[in-house]
Design a protein around this ligand. Structure first.
Ligand code: B12
Ligand code: SF4
Length: 479
């Protein structure tokens, strides 16, 4: 049986889909030897024709004559995945399976909009393996935990959730499945653990992963060695939700990374950082740490269920000063548009961000994006406002200019499902006042997102397409 796992077109940027390598390797180890990855985002990046993005992708997929087509889908990939899957359904009877974060959190919606046969919720390995076995042996779908599908009567069936895997059962990743993409790619994101011990209310995906499971350290080191020697990787980022939660494990990990002489970065909760961890991180080549601080108000952080130990700005600032002193590049991410935030809280965020920025921290200020499945959506529905962020010059969390361009033919069809088209309006402000304050703060922080220059590669691609793209009557990109 030929299984094709598809990485959709979603960005001008190119990140090797190591998550799909993990998924594919598991299938291969468990008997589905003829499993391949079709990395459309990589394959088509310099060659596609914007008018035929979907049709060309369908051709590429069908050319491989798969028996099952598996497509990954997060919030960025979502409009393309819907178009692709619908078009595939018109051209083939081959079973289509959609998985990934957005598919997991909005399984009904994804089944409806993609017309796919199956949606796999949560961790994909075992559920997909069981589904393939059922398809092969024509047995019942009823007992496959983690599976959603539409039955013969048209009813959506949502099987029970699946328990998480023991990560030691993951086989060694078969990097050769995406070797072209990996070779000398500078954007390597890999994960040494899955999940996080916390349940912050704004975080998309923590429902899927429930708690943190770490991988075996020698297993990770072996991967890094191969990425370095065979694929020329010199820098990488651990994309783990929070790499530094388990102190003993992270220290051992750092000690073993050190001899590899790689430069790397990670995401970490500020309250998981102490002197010892900093020492080990630094020695092992880590030079960049990304922290989600979220708000300048301790009260708001508390209401977000951030559950920060030592939840006060002075303590946060002290840790960051230590990090800077030790020579790390530090990025701190803040949000506004938090439902229980007041104008005073927003100013606290601004003041704290400014203070950190002055000491050398790179600041990000986002709008809290109401991703599908967030608890906040149920709790604060009344404060949700539909807003064309582009028209208001507001920052978009999901789609950057390049992606809006790529998806220009169909993105508007998915407007009402696109979390970027909504914000939470703080209770003590009108929309107008909130928008003005957001702009004002961003300007004072020097974060003029809308002036983001396209990269040389993007300009090259756009020039070759020789097109002009208009969005809501505003010329977005002009050649
Ligand atoms: C690495 C990463 C990136 C990398 C991508 C690297 C790559 N290789 O593609 C980069 C840096 C590019 C990135 C960017 C963004 N990301 Co990101 N990213 C991650 C991160 C940290 C890890 C992903 C990962 O490897 N996870 C580990 C693997 C094992 O899990 P997985 O990918 O979910 O896959 C498993 C299952 O979902 C399932 N599965 C997945 N696909 C499929 C397909 C099939 C058919 C099946 C059956 C199963 C299946 O099985 C897999 C194995 O168990 C996640 C957070 C997280 N914890 O997942 C966020 C995350 C995916 N990113 C997210 C977002 C929002 C973004 C951004 C849009 C913006 C932003 N504000 O961060 C940008 C997009 C940038 C842009 N505008 O161009 C959100 C997605 C939210 C959503 N609801 O879709 C996440 C969940 C972070 C979060 N908590 O909010 N990201
Ligand atoms: S600590 Fe980070 S990864 Fe964990 S739930 Fe909170 S925001 Fe998400």
């Amino acid at each position: 049986m030929k299984v094709l796992i598809v990485n959709p077109i979603w960005s001008f940027q190119n990140y090797p889909p190591l998550n799909l390598v993990e998924l594919a390797s598991y299938l291969i180890q468990n008997g589905f030897k003829n499993t391949k990855i079709l990395d459309l985002n990589f394959d088509l990046k310099n060659k596609f024709n914007i008018d035929n993005l979907v049709i060309d992708s369908v051709k590429k997929i069908l050319k491989q004559k798969p028996d099952v087509i598996c497509i990954t889908c997060n919030a960025v990939q979502f409009p393309f995945v819907c178009e692709l899957s619908k078009e595939l359904k018109l051209k083939t009877k081959t079973a289509i399976v959609v998985g990934g974060v957005m598919a997991s959190l909005a399984s009904k919606l994804i089944l409806k909009l993609t017309k796919a046969d199956f949606v796999i919720r949560g961790e994909g390995e075992l559920t997909l393996l069981e589904l393939l076995q059922v398809i092969q042996n024509k047995t019942s779908l009823k007992n496959i935990n983690g599976l959603s599908y539409i039955d013969v009567t048209g009813k959506i069936i949502k099987n029970k959730n699946r328990k998480l895997l023991n990560l030691n059962e993951l086989p060694f990743p078969q990097f050769n499945l995406i070797s072209k993409n990996l070779k000398n790619n500078k954007n390597i994101w890999l994960t040494a653990s899955r999940g996080c011990a916390y349940k912050c209310k704004f975080c998309s995906g923590n429902e899927i992963w429930e708690y943190q499971r770490v991988k075996n350290i020698d297993f990770i080191i072996k991967q890094l060695k191969i990425l370095k020697t065979k694929y020329g990787v010199k820098n990488f980022v651990f994309g783990d939700d929070c790499l530094t939660l388990n102190k003993k494990w992270v220290e051992e990990l750092c000690q073993k990374i050190r001899p590899l002489k790689l430069k790397w970065g990670c995401l970490a909760r500020i309250d998981s950082i102490d002197d010892e961890i900093l020492f080990y991180l630094k020695k092992s080549g880590c030079n960049h740490i990304y922290h989600g601080i979220e708000s300048g108000s301790a009260q708001v952080r508390h209401q977000l269920d951030k559950k920060m130990k030592n939840n006060n700005n002075k303590k946060i600032s002290d840790i960051i000063q230590k990090e800077l002193k030790s020579g790390f590049n530090i990025t701190c991410s803040f949000m506004t548009g938090i439902p229980f935030e007041t104008k005073k809280n927003i100013m606290q965020t601004f003041n704290f961000a400014k203070q950190l920025q002055k000491s050398g921290v790179k600041i990000q200020l986002w709008l809290l994006t109401p991703y599908h499945g967030l608890k906040l959506l149920d709790e604060h529905k009344d404060q949700l406002r539909e807003i064309d962020r582009l028209q208001y010059g507001l920052q978009r969390d999901i789609f950057d200019k390049g992606q809006i361009f790529l998806y220009s033919k169909f993105i508007n069809k998915y407007k009402k499902y696109n979390p970027d088209n909504f914000i939470f309006l703080p209770k003590d402000m009108t929309l107008d006042k909130f928008v003005r304050l957001f702009h004002d703060i961003r300007q004072k922080l020097g974060l003029n997102h809308n002036k983001k220059q396209l990269t040389g590669k993007e300009i090259f691609i756009l020039k070759n397409i020789k097109n002009e793209f208009y969005f809501n009557n505003t010329m977005l990109i002009k050649m």
